[in-house]
Design a protein around this ligand. Structure first.
Ligand code: SF4
Length: 326
């Protein structure tokens, strides 16, 4: 799995910057630990201190919804202050790059990636999440961005109100058909219930039932396995763990190693899909997916193939050879 990217990232969080409403699950101050949107002048002052190029990231809001002139201020602050060779990545709401003036502006900067928030393409799920519910507009935006040859990524979710495993994998498939052979970065966020969100009220009044940890691992594992086979590049699974996040989670599959367990589940599913009984030969870099978190991967491989941990570990080897893992 490609959880790597060459240039170091420097994130600036712009909590709810540009957002026109509040998606039911979102609490940017909890996710990012940042209360106020930093100004372009502040961004510039931080970037002037750098001594090597970075991927400068604007996350935590709907970047393009700031409008052309404010977006230009942030982009200028980045290119004029950061070391030469730096690039820019931002996350934004899909739909705003249909505006030609916004696209013309964006494409004149060194863009590493435009990450579109596409938690789902199902209008019912989008509407229950209080997001604009027109999948056609999302797809049109994607095509406009592709026409400009701008690099794209997607931020998707599982466990949302009204969402099923099948609908999420069907969304992934639709996006894969549009992207073709190009690789898109993918972030997957299993839905958590955060304090103070509308989702917390929905959980309390029984209109939303969050995923358990086991359900999220199984769903996430299948989702990532499909994503890899469709040519996506998963760069993040699950929210960044922090004490603040841990203190604000009111429900859902919260675990500091959720992303790693989903990655293990995905690999194990791939192995059993291609060879049900083993033996299995896996690149050495994946050892921790079997041995980490109480030998989670070995345990899942044993469960899925109906045998014991000792039996599957005998059939599992790594290249270059890594010796016995149990
Ligand atoms: S999910 Fe994105 S668009 Fe929705 S409120 Fe949060 S930052 Fe804004």
């Amino acid at each position: 799995m490609g959880l790597i990217n060459s240039m170091k990232k420097l994130p600036f969080f712009l909590p709810f910057g540009g957002c026109r409403g509040r998606c039911v699950y979102c609490s940017q101050s909890t996710i990012t630990g940042v209360a106020d949107v930093p100004s372009p002048e502040y961004v510039s002052s931080v970037l002037k201190e750098l001594d090597e190029p970075r991927e400068i990231c604007f996350f935590g809001g709907s970047f393009c919804r700031f409008g052309v002139s404010k977006v230009k201020e942030y982009l200028d602050s980045a290119v004029n202050s950061a070391p030469k060779g730096s690039r820019i990545r931002f996350s934004t709401y899909p739909g705003d790059l249909t505006d030609t003036s916004m696209r013309n502006l964006i494409k004149s900067y060194p863009i590493a990636c435009i990450e579109l928030g596409i938690p789902s393409l199902d209008p019912n799920v989008l509407s229950l999440c209080k997001r604009e519910a027109d999948p056609k507009a999302i797809i049109e935006d994607i095509k406009n961005i592709m026409d400009e040859s701008l690099p794209l990524g997607v931020q998707m979710m599982i466990g949302l109100p009204g969402q099923t495993k099948e609908s999420s994998i069907s969304d992934l498939k639709k996006l894969a058909e549009i992207k073709g052979p190009i690789s898109w970065d993918l972030r997957l966020y299993p839905c958590l219930v955060l304090e103070g969100t509308e989702l917390e009220n929905m959980m309390t009044n029984g209109t939303y039932k969050p995923l358990t940890l086991d359900q999220a691992i199984e769903w996430g594992g299948q989702f990532i396995d499909s994503a890899l086979s469709f040519g996506f590049n998963p760069i993040r699974i699950g929210l960044q763990e922090s004490e603040l996040l841990a203190s604000k989670v009111k429900g859902g599959p919260h675990h500091p190693a959720l992303g790693e367990m989903i990655a293990s589940e995905s690999l194990v599913r791939k192995l059993t899909r291609t060879n049900w009984t083993g033996p299995w030969i896996v690149p050495e870099e994946h050892i921790s997916k079997f041995t980490g978190h109480g030998c989670f991967g070995l345990m899942r491989l044993a469960e899925l193939t109906g045998t014991t941990i000792n039996a599957v570990s005998e059939k599992l080897s790594f290249f270059p050879p890594a010796g016995k893992i149990l």
